[in-house]
Design a protein around this ligand. Structure first.
Ligand code: FE2
Length: 389
């Protein structure tokens, strides 16, 4: 039987370094004249660009309110509600503009639906629980990686249950996304690397997961090539705006593939260690990428050959040889980016690894998306042990 699948993208995207300078006119032409800008702390480091864009918005629109969100800590539901209350207190707004990392964009998308749906954020956690569309949103990533600007997910920590469970599905897409590398230029290197590894996790897991389809595979392959070739610029050529713009594209393609397919082991492992040990989401997934690929290749999985062909053709090699080389190439890339190999600096060591592994026991469903069976108890413990000192 021929393959059947669905594929959907809902966000109207604008792409180009410097594009944000025209945002005011863009919004005004669409009748969106009163806006709240939700900007994360990172924007403060964009000494020139942020105030420049805010003045351009003020010149083009009737009302522009700027709310600064707190910094790097990943958001919980209490914080989400506190931001929603602040935005509600501003009175009626035509649109929300989020400028920041994934957390800021997740907050922007969710506040938009909390303005039109009653109750608190936590009431909408899960899938498709939002009943009414939110106010229009513009999501402008300042890090290339999370892909929140194209997905239908927003991740929040439930502090009571100590787990990350977001608001997902219907009406959780940004209305507009702007991919403008000017915003990413002054992102701190450690944050940029973590975000880049997040994008790489998205593309590899959408590629390998059992739910992949012909569309998502095309996007994952292309995203992999773009990310693999351009991620080193973060440490070797941080001022290169063209390559930064390419990273935004790679991240967007990777997330487009991810939310139309499924995820995998590395992404799943990142959540508990993020909640309990504050390992940044991108590092938490990225640290396991080569180990997951090795795990799969050692058990006969050879689709990685298709990815190696995108960046390093070896016409005479077998798929198995290419897949083995792919594992090495992936680890070499992570090392080139200066990504950590162990979780020691976040307090995960051989002394507590058995306890940390127990946090992975409920994740069998997520692990089952991997093409090779992976046991939430034995295999997860073995994989964690590879990353402790
Ligand atoms: Fe992610």
């Amino acid at each position: 039987m021929s393959e059947t699948f669905r594929f959907q993208l809902m966000t109207d995207m604008r792409f180009g370094c410097g594009w944000s300078r025209g945002l005011g006119e863009f919004l005004s032409e669409r009748g969106l004249k009163r806006i709240a800008v939700l900007a994360d702390e990172g924007c403060a480091s964009h000494a020139k660009y942020f105030p420049e864009i805010v003045s351009l918005l003020e010149a083009a629109l009737e009302r522009v309110e700027v709310l600064q969100l707190r910094g790097s800590e990943e958001p919980d539901y209490d914080y989400l509600d506190s931001v929603a209350d602040k935005v509600k207190a501003l009175g009626e707004m035509d649109a929300l503009v989020g400028i920041g990392g994934g957390s800021c964009l997740d907050i922007t998308k969710t506040v938009a639906v909390l303005l039109t749906n009653p109750g608190q954020g936590i009431e909408y956690r899960g899938f498709d629980n939002v009943k009414v569309p939110g106010v229009p949103t513009v999501c402008i990533p300042t890090t290339a990686g999370t892909g929140s600007e194209v997905t239908i997910n927003a991740v929040f920590t439930d502090k009571k249950e100590m787990k990350k469970l977001g608001v997902n599905g219907r009406y959780m897409n940004a209305t507009y996304a702007v991919l403008d590398a000017e915003w990413t230029m002054s992102c701190p290197q450690s944050v940029a690397v973590s975000s880049g590894l997040d994008a790489m996790t998205h593309t590899l897991e959408s590629f390998t997961c059992k739910q992949h389809n012909a569309m998502t595979r095309s996007l994952s392959r292309e995203a992999f090539k773009i990310l693999y070739e351009n991620l080193p610029c973060l440490v070797e050529e941080p001022e290169n705006a063209d390559r930064r713009q390419q990273l935004l594209l790679g991240s967007y393609l990777a997330a487009s593939a991810l939310f139309n397919s499924g995820s995998g082991i590395a992404g799943a492992l990142s959540y508990p260690i993020g909640v309990h040990f504050h390992v940044p989401h991108g590092i938490g997934g990225g640290i396991f990428l080569a180990s997951v690929a090795r795990f799969n290749v050692e058990r006969g999985y050879t689709d990685y050959a298709e990815l190696l062909d995108m960046v390093e053709p070896h016409p005479d090699w077998t798929a198995e040889q290419k897949s083995k080389r792919f594992v090495e190439a992936l680890q070499a890339l992570a090392d080139r980016l200066g990504a950590p190999r162990t979780l020691e600096q976040w307090g995960i060591s051989k002394d507590n690894v058995e306890d940390v592994a127990k946090l992975m026991h409920p994740l069998q469903g997520a692990f089952d998306q991997n093409p090779i069976s992976f046991d939430a108890k034995t295999d997860a413990l073995a994989m964690l042990k590879e990353h402790v000192a």
